[in-house]
Design a protein around this ligand. Structure first.
Ligand code: SF4
Length: 378
């Protein structure tokens, strides 16, 4: 099988995208095409692909014996976008990325290098054969490849183990040394990102597709819930702990640049309490450094973790100890005081208790003293 044909099974590849566009130049044409009896199998396969993602089962790649098999993936994306559940998009991104990673593990180096060069425009170079690498220091001999650091940084910051941090990598004239398995992970991570960030206008759906969407919706009932985006209100803000209140006010006023730690703490907190991603971005829009695209990226990244399909997944905002070490706790710094802070170790615990007090109309905080232990003293 030629490299070009082999690439067709990877939906993010340039060849797969070209092949789908050749059959259906846009989504409207795709929907019409799927109505034809000979193409019904595409909807059925796409539905299976979505269902596998939802149930966290491995996705099966089509054989690509039929040139129309390349339309199964875009149809599965169409179904998920029509469903409109961000959690389902996250599950699809996760499952597709996992399968791509598994499939890449069986491919030869040359194929994988060509695949990411043609799909993402990445620059990858070989480090030579094992015998050629014997000149290198022992630690570097296991790296088969190197890639441009700017391409590496498109994906690596979204991985959380320290080994992906650029400061822990060997860097030579802008090239990052990587192992083949790491390149597979970067490619599948990029694929995941493309799904998470991809938005398109959904055309009018045909009867066959509507039925497929309804079947998936029925199967997902109880597993995925459509969260109502939370808007910033005065009541909501009045339950904020002093640290979050200060970060929020500084950000909205836009007269100081929040540090990375401060931005992360505020965004993770707001997203964790259920605020809509766009609302969170609005709060950062007054940032004086106007680095809006970076902020959008950071918020989207934190939000994408939240929507992994399980309610309690995602980033937890830093605890009080961490905020104190980073000079982000105004109570610790002595500029304000709230007695509830003595009984919590995380701003979220503060928020839950204060929101409960507000909902019950409780203004007298003397009941805190009946709690057995203070968790921190100021
Ligand atoms: S003690 Fe904790 S909750 Fe209270 S302001 Fe400081 S960091 Fe925030």
């Amino acid at each position: 099988m030629s490299g070009r044909t082999l690439q067709l099974k990877y939906p993010f590849s340039a060849h797969a995208r070209q092949a789908s566009q050749k059959l259906a130049r846009d989504l409207g044409v795709l929907v019409d095409l799927l109505e034809r009896p000979e193409n019904h199998y595409i909807v059925e396969e796409a539905e299976k692909r979505v269902y596998a993602a939802l149930t966290q089962n491995p996705i099966r790649y089509p054989t690509m014996e039929n040139e129309k098999d390349v339309l199964i993936y875009p149809t599965s994306r169409l179904i998920v976008e029509e469903l409109g559940f961000p959690q389902l998009r996250a599950l699809q991104a996760e499952a597709e990325s996992k399968e791509a990673n598994r499939q890449l593990g069986n491919e030869k180096n040359d194929f994988v290098v060509e695949l990411c060069e043609s799909s993402f425009n990445w620059k990858i170079d070989s480090m030579g054969k094992i015998s050629e690498r014997s000149e290198l220091p022992l630690l570097l001999r296991t790296f088969e490849l190197k890639m441009r650091f700017e391409n590496y940084l498109e994906v690596a910051p979204s991985f959380h183990s320290d080994e992906w941090n650029l400061i822990n990598r060997y860097l030579d004239k802008g090239w990052v040394y990587i192992r083949r398995s790491e390149l597979d992970r970067l490619i599948s991570g990029k694929f995941r990102q493309l799904i998470m960030e991809g938005r398109f206008d959904i055309p009018k759906m045909s009867q066959r597709l509507i039925e497929a969407v309804q079947r998936i919706e029925d199967k997902t009932k109880g597993r995925i819930r459509k969260a109502e985006p939370m808007k910033m209100t005065e009541t909501l803000a009045s339950a904020f702990p002093p640290c979050i209140q200060k970060l929020h006010d500084d950000s909205v006023r836009g007269d100081v640049n929040l540090s990375h730690d401060a931005r992360f703490a505020l965004a993770a907190f707001l997203l964790k309490i259920g605020m809509d991603e766009n609302e969170v971005q609005k709060i950062f829009s007054g940032s004086p450094d106007r680095n809006i695209s970076l902020i959008e990226y950071q918020v989207r990244h934190i939000a994408s973790k939240r929507s992994m399909g399980v309610d309690d997944e995602g980033y937890t905002p830093p605890g009080c100890r961490k905020l104190q070490v980073n000079n982000l706790c105004p109570v610790y710094l002595g500029s304000v005081f709230d007695p509830l802070c003595e009984y919590v170790l995380n701003p979220l615990a503060f928020y839950q208790t204060r929101a409960w007090e507000i909902s019950k109309g409780i203004q007298d905080h003397s009941w805190y003293s009946r709690k057995r232990d203070k968790k921190q003293n100021f």
